[in-house]
Design a protein around this ligand. Structure first.
Ligand code: MG
Length: 159
């Protein structure tokens, strides 16, 4: 048995008139994230943390932005695909921690539902998943409400 950790990061541009998906749920907002998929940068960061811990490359290798199969796909579907591989490998997820960085909208009220959705996708208990939302103090692209960024770590056990 061995423990492994993984780290993931992602950032996507915000655009007026698009739906906003973060952490697998839809958030009320006039702007949404631009991406080949639904642009859910929190799920993308979690996927990269899991792939990093599993030694399975990165999200760009798994789901190339040039592949029409993944055009406008919900990122929860991508996470399900990665989870199938994690299970095949006999890897157990022990803990996932995350940070979402966004100036607007405020995410506090969405966190319980995000937690429930993501814990179920990751097949872990809600108490084994951390979701923290913070602002960028008005600085940079995130501070100007032009983008949303996310970080994630994963701790896994190879059985
Ligand atoms: Mg991404």
């Amino acid at each position: 048995m061995s423990l492994k950790s993984g780290l993931g990061y992602d950032i996507h541009r915000l655009k007026e008139g698009k739906k906003l998906y973060l952490g697998g749920i839809q958030i009320l907002s006039s702007k949404g994230l631009v991406g080949h998929s639904d642009g859910d940068c929190l799920i993308h960061a979690i996927i990269d943390a899991l792939l990093g811990a599993a030694g399975e490359g990165d999200i760009g290798q798994w789901f190339p932005p040039t592949d029409p199969r993944y055009k406008d796909v919900r990122s929860s579907q991508l996470l399900k695909e990665v989870m199938r591989r994690i299970e095949e490998r006999g890897i157990e997820i022990l803990h996932v921690d995350t940070i979402i960085i966004t100036e607007k909208p405020k995410l506090f009220s969405y966190i319980p539902r995000m937690k429930e959705t993501l814990a179920s996708l990751l097949q872990i208990r809600p108490e084994d998943l951390g979701i923290k939302a913070k602002t960028n103090e008005g600085l940079g692209a995130v501070g100007r409400e032009e983008a949303v960024a996310a970080w994630a770590t994963a701790l896994v056990r190879q059985k």
